[in-house]
Ligand binder design. Structure first.
Ligand code: IPE
Ligand code: IPE
Ligand code: MG
Length: 231
């Protein structure tokens, strides 16, 4: 099933904590289980013709969590980059990764690793964008300041879009939220203007091919009008 209508997918990968709690495990174990889903999910989306997947790894609000949990998440992302992502980029000439968000407060050695991995390859056929210390409001303010600093006195939608962390990545056709909550949690506020939203009760560590097909199937039932009328 390939259709150019579904080019860019974004995912709010929510529910790791609840997945662990349900099993009598600590929340961190939910994050470990969640990390294991990343590669298979990317592969499935790629197989069905998607070119960009944007994943919400850590929000600008997630620093409010206990320090232990934040530390675990940062270590887990580092480990995933070293153990899995570096190999993916080396062995697969069609895969690259980029980070969206403000990396300034990301602790070392993760921050340097993110930059290193991003620089390994760019503009390949399939890109995974990882939203790390990402907030939609932060992004809009950052873009406005960056555009202003570059000498733009009057902003337009085109100019501002260019300065978003997402840069040339197309706006998502589909935004999936796992974990069942009907809210955007500061994700892609600018880019999601006309995205189709699909909310699944499935918790992120359980987000398998069946859940992906459910979300994609739902997407194809939608009539995207962008404010116009059905043709
Ligand atoms: C999402 O899962 C992962 C991150 C925010 C890093 P949660 O940790 O928010 O899981 P729940 O929502 O508490 O189940
Ligand atoms: C959104 O989930 C952020 C990520 C998936 C990284 P949260 O768990 O942080 O969102 P809220 O707190 O339920 O809105
Ligand atoms: Mg959550």
């Amino acid at each position: 099933m390939t259709d150019e209508r579904l080019d860019t997918v974004a995912i709010i990968t929510d529910g790791n904590g609840r997945w662990a709690t349900k099993r009598g495990l600590i929340r961190s174990q939910g994050h470990v289980a969640g990390a294991k889903r990343i590669q298979p999910v990317l592969e499935t989306f790629r197989r069905i013709g998607v070119h960009n997947v944007i994943m919400y790894a850590f929000s600008t609000e997630n620093w409010k969590r206990p320090k232990d949990e934040v530390d675990t998440i940062m270590k887990l992302i580092y480990k995933y980059l070293v153990d899995v992502v570096e190999d993916m980029i080396k062995t697969d000439k069609e895969f690259c990764i980029k980070f969206i968000g403000d990396l300034t407060p990301i602790p070392e050695p993760l921050k340097s690793k993110c930059i290193e991995v991003e620089n390994m390859a760019k503009d390949r056929a399939f890109t995974c964008s990882v939203a790390l210390n990402y907030g939609g409001r932060d992004e809009i303010v950052h873009a406005a300041n960056a555009a202003h600093a570059a000498g733009h006195e009057t902003l337009t939608e085109e100019i501002l879009s260019k300065y978003m962390y997402t840069g040339t990545t197309p706006d998502p056709d589909l935004i999936i939220r796992t974990g069942g909550n009907f809210r955007v949690s500061n994700f892609l506020l600018w880019q999601g203007a006309y995205s189709e939203y699909v909310i699944l009760d499935t918790l992120w560590p359980d987000f398998d091919d069946a859940a992906i097909m459910k979300a994609v199937g739902e997407f194809y039932t939608r009539s995207r009008r962008f404010g116009g009328l059905d043709r």
